[in-house]
Write a protein that binds this ligand. Structure first.
Ligand SMILES: Nc1ncnc2c1ncn2[C@@H]1O[C@H](COP(=O)(O)OP(=O)(O)OP(=O)(O)O)[C@@H](O)[C@H]1O
Length: 252
């Protein structure tokens, strides 16, 4: 569904993405892993069409992103960014309605459908009671859930998530990833929590210094050797129900 082929991106001083190739099959949740500064956010921004790749191609169902308008891209994919806007003078419901913008034929059309979709999306993230609350008054975790509702209201073919469990308590972390999986939406999610990635992802792609160093099902990728190589950590990995469970050891 999503294919990233040989993608590089540089700033004058450094190559940030180095010939990245990976795929997200339709209906799957793929985890984008890697240490701080390894290029996860940059790759998501390239995939979202926010920055053009210096080399290589991103295609969605065979359509090269460079040939698609911003509006068409916005209809086909939603990005849940790591840092949400903080100074919006909008209610939670109005923020979710922003997700409907790419579907409107005019500024005034489809009001009822949009409201229905926005209300459904708020219900899916368990935020109905907050619909009328001003954005600035929401906690970090509540904002995160409203932003997910905005992305769901957009009804994208592909959902891009940049550390979506930031700010969430463990219950809502599990709920969010469960919701993404259960919805059957195709998703690529940058994740720091390797145990959450192991629990929920069909595949993981591990970046290090801008390059892909491993890709495959969590159980084959998340080995003690990889964790030592890429993250410099010492860990025991056991397998439970076919999924790895990682117990980290303190640095010696
Ligand atoms: N516009 C830019 N100019 C200079 N350096 C940049 C720019 N954008 C990204 N970088 C650098 O590229 C590297 C990758 O950044 P990126 O945000 O993609 O990493 P990340 O894997 O998402 O990190 P984190 O886990 O810390 O969020 C970092 O070293 C960052 O400082």
């Amino acid at each position: 569904m999503l294919d990233v082929s040989d993608v590089s991106w540089s700033v004058p001083a450094a190559r940030i993405l180095d010939r990245v190739t990976c795929a997200v099959p339709r209906g799957s949740l793929v985890g984008l892993l890697g240490p701080n500064g390894s290029g996860k956010t940059t790759l998501l921004r390239v995939v979202a069409g926010l920055v053009p790749p210096a080399q290589g191609h991103v295609t969605i169902d065979g359509d090269d992103l460079t040939g698609l308008s911003r509006r068409v891209i916005a209809r086909r994919m939603a990005l849940l960014a790591q840092y949400a806007e903080t100074d919006l003078d909008l209610t939670a419901l109005e923020v979710v309605l922003l997700g409907r913008t790419p579907h409107r034929r005019s500024r005034w059309s489809d009001g009822d459908t949009d409201l229905d979709r926005a209300a459904e999306a708020l219900a899916r993230v368990d935020m109905v009671d907050f619909a009328g609350r001003k954005w600035q008054t929401l906690s970090g975790g509540e904002r995160q859930r409203v932003q997910l509702a905005r992305a769901l209201a957009q009804e994208p073919e592909l959902l891009l998530l940049d550390e979506p469990t930031n700010h969430l308590d463990i219950g809502h972390q599990l709920q969010l990833l469960h919701l993404v999986r259960r919805s059957g939406i195709t998703a690529l999610a940058a994740l720091h929590d390797l145990n959450l990635a192991a629990m929920f992802c069909d595949h993981v792609v591990v970046l290090n210094r801008g390059g892909v160093v491993a890709t495959g099902p969590p159980v084959t990728v998340l080995t003690p050797a990889l964790l030592a190589d890429v993250y410099g950590v010492d860990a025991d990995v056991t397998v439970h129900d076919g999924r790895p469970v990682i117990a980290f050891r303190p640095p010696s």
